[in-house]
Design a protein around this ligand. Structure first.
Ligand code: NAD
Ligand code: LMR
Length: 337
């Protein structure tokens, strides 16, 4: 799927010295889970990864043995907490993807996961800060609006927070938006490029349909906006207690990881992905982290795009998102305080 590319010498210098010369070391934490397994399978296909390091509290040796038979060039290793597994999984990593944590059941909000997932993410981030302090951290575990500030605080406390290297993965929201708009407008997904800003839960997910170049009726805008904001609930309901989105999330997580690899390892320019990062855009409103389109570069975040021109309806959506985000971010920071 991903063609072999020359690694730019600039990107190589910017990358960890422990990265193998032909690619990056990427760790997936929570690799035996519903997202972790298909995500690891997709990452095994990347020619920009030389070493795939799989960590979970259970079952990773089996997942790693299975994936290691696939004839792509990366080496695969599986670790559990035994024998310093987390340290060994992380040492030398360039990118760490974190889907570790519990998923929702019907009737739950993402915030209901906070009590369990906050400490899982904190402990894993502490290990990353210790064993691979320069790695890019890609947070999938929910509630993303709070777990990303937790990771930032772990690094802040050690005085090593680099806002270019900590990302909340919100790619699933744009993947869904593209698919849902393509269904309504009966157009190919390639022509349905939808910017989604804000955060990753309910009203904090703000699709900017007015920027898509397509015309929508008022009913279409309302229905699409609601579906994009609450798309996760559709899957949670359909899975009926067996978890939340895993396969579409693995697809979205692999897309974001591959984009970051293209920018960092392959030195490709102009790669833009939406992601929840430390951002100045709503800082004056007390919102330190915000998702917009972000250009990725050799160090991670290269340029944070502004929200851009929006209409009155979308201004209303942002006005609803900002206070909710402020509370979610404060909750993560308070947990760390
Ligand atoms: P899952 O229960 O299937 O898998 C989670 C895995 O994490 C399990 O294998 C578990 O053993 C592991 N784990 C738990 N504690 C750990 C620890 N301390 N260290 C390492 N591994 C640990 O859940 P899932 O469906 O894969 O979802 C994982 C998380 O991703 C959930 O919080 C879910 O809400 C979130 N999610 C986020 C998005 C997004 O768009 N960002 C989308 C879907 C799901
Ligand atoms: C999603 O958007 O599918 C994920 O955040 C999982 C969830 O809890 O809905």
């Amino acid at each position: 799927m991903f063609a072999t590319r020359q690694i730019s010498s600039l990107a190589k210098r910017a990358f960890s010295t422990t990265a193998a010369s032909n690619g990056a070391k990427v760790a997936v934490l929570g690799a035996a889970g519903g997202i972790g397994q298909p995500l690891s399978l997709l990452l095994k296909q990347s020619s920009l990864i030389s070493h795939l390091s799989l960590y979970d509290i259970v079952n990773t040796p089996g997942v790693a043995a299975d994936l290691s038979h696939i004839n792509s060039n990366s080496k695969v290793e599986g670790f559990t907490p035994k024998d310093n597994g987390l340290k060994n999984a992380l040492t030398g990593c360039d990118i760490v993807v974190i889907p570790a944590g519990v998923p929702r059941k019907p009737g739950m909000t993402r915030d209901d996961l906070f009590n369990t997932n906050a400490s899982i993410v904190r402990d894993l981030a502490q290990a990353c800060a210790e064993h691979c302090p320069k790695a890019h951290i890609l947070v999938i575990a929910n509630p993303v609006n709070s777990t990303v500030p937790i990771v930032a605080e772990v690094y802040n406390k050690k005085g090593i927070f680099d806002p270019k290297r900590v990302f909340g993965v919100t790619t699933l929201d744009v993947v869904r938006a593209s698919r849902f708009v393509s269904e309504v407008k009966k157009i190919p997904v390639e022509d349905a490029k939808i910017t989604v800003v804000g955060g990753h839960s309910g009203v904090t997910i703000v699709p900017l349909l007015s920027q898509s170049g397509h015309k929508f009726t008022e009913e279409e805008v309302k229905a699409l906006t609601h579906r994009i904001q609450f798309g996760g609930d559709e899957v949670v309901k359909a899975k009926d207690g067996a978890g939340s989105a895993t396969l579409s999330m693995a697809f979205a997580g692999a897309r974001f990881t591959n984009s970051l690899l293209e920018a960092t390892v392959a030195g490709k320019k102009g790669i833009v992905e939406p992601t929840f990062v430390k951002s100045p855009i709503f800082e004056k409103d007390g919102v330190e982290f915000f998702a917009t389109n972000v250009e990725l570069g050799p160090e991670g975040v290269e340029k944070i795009h502004p929200v851009g021109k929006i209409n009155e309806f979308e201004e209303g959506l942002i006005a609803a998102a900002v206070p909710e985000l402020k509370g979610n971010i404060a909750k993560g920071k308070k947990f760390m305080a």
